[in-house]
Design a protein around this ligand. Structure first.
Ligand code: HEC
Ligand code: HEC
Length: 202
């Protein structure tokens, strides 16, 4: 057997160190993907939900994902089912799933919408919501969830929860929501929901 030169051995060693550093993120993706299989029954493969009863969770920011799961785990965010599920995961596991789900592509839910309601909703959105839910509620980097193309029932009960006080909205959002509701009432809420439901993300 030919002996490897020192330079060659050094190089192999360095390359290995490089690989280990690079792969830590890939590792989080793999671990996250394994755990995500447990979620697929409800949230669909890769977090794209095929049924209206469960929201899509693909493509939201890792920070928003982590915040949501921790709030469920601590019981500060109301839920029907997620509180029990989130309790089963450590913070580190939640972070690994956040890496996985935020790397998946969001696909808008196929829903029929009413054009007139959508255009009223757009006006309300621009005035009260676009500041923090920009690009019609589709921008991951806003760290405020993805509203554009989300399933209607999920939007519906979340907005209802925010208005009724069951889920605490960030202070500035609560103020905007209150102003909007005082002016447009429940009809305005419906128009907003119609607007987000109609958004198609490619
Ligand atoms: C039995 C069905 C079910 C399973 C399994 C499930 N979820 Fe959920 N998930 C829901 C429902 C329903 C909601 C809406 C909140 C609620 O009512 O609990 C939700 C909401 C969420 C949200 C909030 C979405 C948003 O836009 O803010 C996240 C994040 C989430 N789930 C992550 C997960 C992860 C991660 C797993 C797997 C470890 C998982 N879920 C497993 C049903 C499920
Ligand atoms: C000052 C910034 C701000 C404004 C204005 C704002 N929001 Fe939000 N919104 C947020 C943040 C931040 C979150 C994430 C909430 C959390 O983590 O608890 C959020 C969350 C939401 C959610 C839940 C998303 C999910 O996936 O569960 C809905 C629905 C929503 N906002 C609707 C609206 C509507 C409708 C308006 C306008 C009337 C509005 N927001 C105005 C910052 C804002």
């Amino acid at each position: 057997m030919k002996k490897k030169s020192l330079a060659k051995r050094l190089f192999t060693g360095l390359a290995l160190v490089g690989c280990v550093t690079l792969s830590s993120n890939v590792y989080a993706l793999d671990r996250g993907e394994l755990m995500a299989n447990t979620c697929a029954g409800c949230h669909g493969p890769n977090g794209v939900s095929h049924g209206p009863a469960t929201p899509s969770i693909a493509g939201m920011s890792a920070d928003y994902f982590k915040e949501s799961m921790l709030a469920y785990k601590e019981g500060t965010r109301p839920s029907t089912i997620m509180m029990r599920i989130a309790k089963g995961y450590s913070e580190a596991e939640i972070a690994q799933m956040a890496t996985y789900f935020s790397a998946q592509k969001f696909e808008s839910a196929p829903q029929k919408t009413d054009a007139k309601m959508v255009s009223m909703g757009q006006k309300i959105h621009t005035k009260y919501c676009e500041k923090c839910h920009s690009e019609n509620g589709s921008l991951k980097e806003d760290d405020s969830g993805i509203l554009a193309g989300q399933w209607r029932p999920y939007l519906q009960y979340n907005l209802h929860d925010f208005i009724a006080g069951g889920r605490e909205a960030p202070k500035k959002m609560a103020k905007k929501l209150e102003e909007m509701h005082a002016k447009y009432g429940d009809k305005g809420v419906q128009q907003l929901i119609e607007f987000y439901s109609a958004q198609e993300t490619k």
